[in-house]
Design a protein around this ligand. Structure first.
Ligand code: UT7
Length: 315
C-alpha cells in the first residue's frame, strides 16, 4: 500500500507540512503480509526485472548478494531464499548487513570477486521491509521509512566500462545512533497488514543528520579523486535517499547542481539498502543514464557505514 503523510497524521503527532519540509518525503510504500510481499517476494520481483532487462537467465548467475537489514528470517539469508525462488542453484548466495550502505557493500564484494576471477556474473540486490521493525509510536522515525527492493546484474567487461572503483568505510563507535532493539508490538489499525517483528528501530536523527552530510561528501570526493575526475565528469549522482536536505547539502559541498542529482525520496521515503538500486532503475528507465555516462553512487547508514562507487554506464 501507499502510506501518505496525511495518513501518518492519524497515527502519530505529526503533520504533512513538517514531514515534507524537514525530509522531502510525501509518501512511502508499505508491504503487506497477505499479498506475497515478504522480503523474498520483493527481492524476487526486483531480480526478475533486472534479469529481464539484462536479457539473462537465473542459471547464468554465479553469485547472489543481497544487502538487507530486514531479512524474512534470522537465517537462512534472503539471498538463499531468493536462490530457491529463482531456481538458480549451486551458486554462492549470501546477505550483507551494512545498514543503508548494504547495496554498495554488496556491489563492492561482487566487483572484487569478478576482478579476482572467482565469479563472472552476479545478481546484486538491496531489499528492505523496514515497516516490520518500525516503532509506529515514534514520530521521529516512523515517518521516514518505507519498503522496497532493487536489483542489478553485474557481469565481467573488457571494454573499460562498468564499475570504476568502490570505496567503503565504517565506524562502529557510533553504532548506537541507529539500531534495532527488542520492544513492543503496537501496530496502528490502518497498518494491520504489516508483519511486525518483536523489535523496533531507534535513531538519533539530528546527530546522524550532521554525520551523514560529512561522510557522504568525503567518500564521494574520495571516489572522484581516486579516478582523477571532477564533478563535471559525472552525468548523474545517485545518492541514498534518506532526506532531501541531506542530499541537497551533499550536492552543495560537491558543487553538483541538483539537476544532476537523482531523487525519488518523495515517493518512497528511506528504503535503506534498496534506495540506490531503486533510484538507479528509475533513472535508467527515465533515460537519465546513457551509454558511457558516469554515475556516482553514494550511501550512508547504520553501523555507521558509508560508501561510494563510480560506474560507467554500459547499456
Ligand atoms: O538512512 C541513513 C540514516 N538516517 C539518516 O541519515 C537520517 C538523518 N536525520 C534526519 O533526516 C533528520 O534528523 C530528521 C528528519 C530525522 C529530523 O529532522 P531534524 O531537522 O533533525 O529535526 P529534529 O530531530 O532536530 O527535531 C526538531 C523538532 C523536535 O521538536 P522540538 O524539540 O524542537 O520541540 C522534534 O520533537 O521536530 C520534532 N519532530 C517532529 N515534529 C513533527 C520530530 N519528528 C517529528 C515529526 N513530526 N514526525
Amino acid at each position: 500500500m501507499i502510506l501518505s503523510n496525511k495518513e501518518l497524521e492519524t497515527i502519530v503527532d505529526t503533520t504533512d507540512e513538517w514531514i515534507t519540509r524537514r525530509t522531502g518525503i510525501q509518501e512511502r510504500r508499505i508491504a503487506s503480509k497477505h499479498r506475497e510481499e515478504t522480503s523474498t517476494d520483493l527481492a524476487t520481483q526486483a531480480a526478475l526485472n533486472a534479469l529481464d532487462m539484462a536479457g539473462m537467465e537465473p542459471n547464468q548467475m554465479d553469485m547472489i548478494v543481497v544487502g538487507t537489514v530486514t531479512p524474512d528470517r534470522q537465517f537462512p539469508s534472503t539471498a538463499c531464499m531468493l536462490q530457491k525462488t529463482l531456481n538458480a542453484n549451486r551458486i554462492a548466495a549470501f546477505d550483507v548487513s551494512a545498514g543503508c550502505s548494504g547495496f554498495l557493500y554488496a556491489l563492492s564484494i561482487v566487483n572484487d570477486a569478478i576482478r579476482a576471477g572467482s565469479c563472472k556474473t552476479a545478481l546484486v540486490l538491496g531489499v528492505e521491509r523496514l515497516s516490520t521493525i518500525v516503532d509506529w509510536q515514534d514520530r521521529g522515525t516512523c515517518v521516514l521509512l518505507g519498503d522496497g527492493a532493487g536489483a542489478v546484474v553485474v557481469t565481467a567487461a573488457s571494454d573499460g566500462r562498468g564499475i570504476l572503483s568502490t570505496h567503503l568505510r565504517a565506524d562502529g563507535n557510533l553504532w548506537d545512533l541507529l539500531y534495532a532493539q527488542y520492544g513492543h508490538e503496537y501496530l496502528p489499525e490502518v497498518l494491520k497488514d504489516v508483519d511486525i517483528k518483536p523489535f523496533h528501530l531507534r535513531m538519533e536523527g539530528n546527530r546522524l543528520f550532521k554525520r551523514a552530510i560529512g561522510c557522504l561528501s568525503s567518500i564521494a570526493t574520495e571516489a572522484l579523486e581516486h579516478n582523477s575526475l571532477t564533478s563535471e565528469d559525472i552525468a548523474l549522482v545517485v545518492p541514498h535517499q534518506a532526506n532531501l536536505r541531506i542530499i541537497q547539502a551533499m550536492a552543495g559541498n560537491l558543487n553538483f547542481p541538483m539537476e544532476k542529482v537523482f531523487t525519488n525520496v518523495h515517493k518512497y521515503g528511506n528504503t535503506s539498502s534498496a534506495s540506490i538500486p531503486i533510484a538507479l532503475d528509475e533513472a535508467n528507465r527515465q533515460g537519465l543514464l546513457k551509454k558511457d555516462d558516469r554515475a556516482l553512487l553514494v550511501a550512508f547508514g547504520a553501523g555507521l557505514t558509508w560508501g561510494s562507487s563510480i560506474v560507467t554506464w554500459s547499456i
